[in-house]
Design a protein around this ligand. Sequence first.
Ligand code: IPM
Ligand code: MG
Length: 381
Amino acid sequence: MTNNSKSILILAGDGIGSEIVQQAERVIDWVNENNLDNLVTSTGLIGGASYDEYGVPLADETLSKCHEADAILMGSVGGTKWDNVEYDKRPEAGLLRLRKDMELFANLRPALVFDSLIDASSLKPDIIRGLDILIIRELTGGVYFGEPRGIENLENGERLGVNTHSYTTSEIHRISKIGFDMARKRSGRVHSCEKANVMEAGKLWREEVTALHMAEYSDIELTHMYADNCAMQLLRDPKQFDVILTDNLFGDILSDEASMLTGSLGMLPSASLGVENPKTGYIKAVYEPVHGSAPDIAGQNKANPLATILSLAMLFRYSFNSGDIADIIEQAVSNVLKNGYRTADILDKDNLNSISTTEMGNAVIKELTILHGSHNGSCNE
Ligand code: IPM
Ligand code: MG
């Protein structure tokens, strides 16, 4: 490894994971070949793939590698193949362990509607044209991790399933800060979503967000909204939102919903960020598409790699502070869509022929080369 190289650990995971990640790796190679950065990649197992090899969905050795990497790019985890493994060894448990162990508390999920995909959405064009929402989902707390949890046998012969939804003030503060800071770089609006009308943890969330807003962010327009209302408003009038700040479970649900505004779950990237890693000097971060492992189409070269490629763009922006590389990747994706390239998930009435995962990768690389060439050309003039 050369001195100023940066390391990216690639965890492809299960199902379509390896196919989509391969296309992002081609973009990494392209960045290296064009001397835009000096990236060294290595790979590790997560999810069912790790379970099959090590008997656990995330092995300790892999986790140590994660702590040493400058950034991590992930595919997806899960699949029916592992339906019957012990609950704490299911593929998803590997991803949850990774998020918790690295303290990736801030999950950024941008939902952006590309003009050329307007007809792929099930909503009317006027409702979604120009839509640009950022969902900030708390990722290491709430009901996903709260204790006690489990399934108990009761004396009366019934069984009781228990999960605990809890948040401390500091957990609410650190995620809210990210929400407000992001809003400052955007249009200055935050919708904070919880169920303060039903849950104490939601009431605390609202009180703490309000307190932080008054103390440090009074320039931001803050709206509190119940999460169920937010789900409804996202379909009724999504453009009222800029930053949506919410907890782990509501964020999971609202981001799947938001993805369909954009046309396909196959288009949504994400970044999961923590604090600075003293070992690397970079922030701890995992980048992954929002969609799952789609076992039904795995291995068929049909999956849409764009959410993974857009996640790689986020990696350059947030981990390596390379906004210019992020921009060129995002522009290449946008141009590819404009030129009519579609995987099966984003077909619309004007685009009836779908291309494969690899062909979509080819189209992105070709577009990157054109964009880079014209950019260099104009710089030299
Ligand atoms: C997501 C996924 C995960 C979650 C699963 C795979 C554990 O749905 O990242 O949105 O629920 O957080
Ligand atoms: Mg989800």
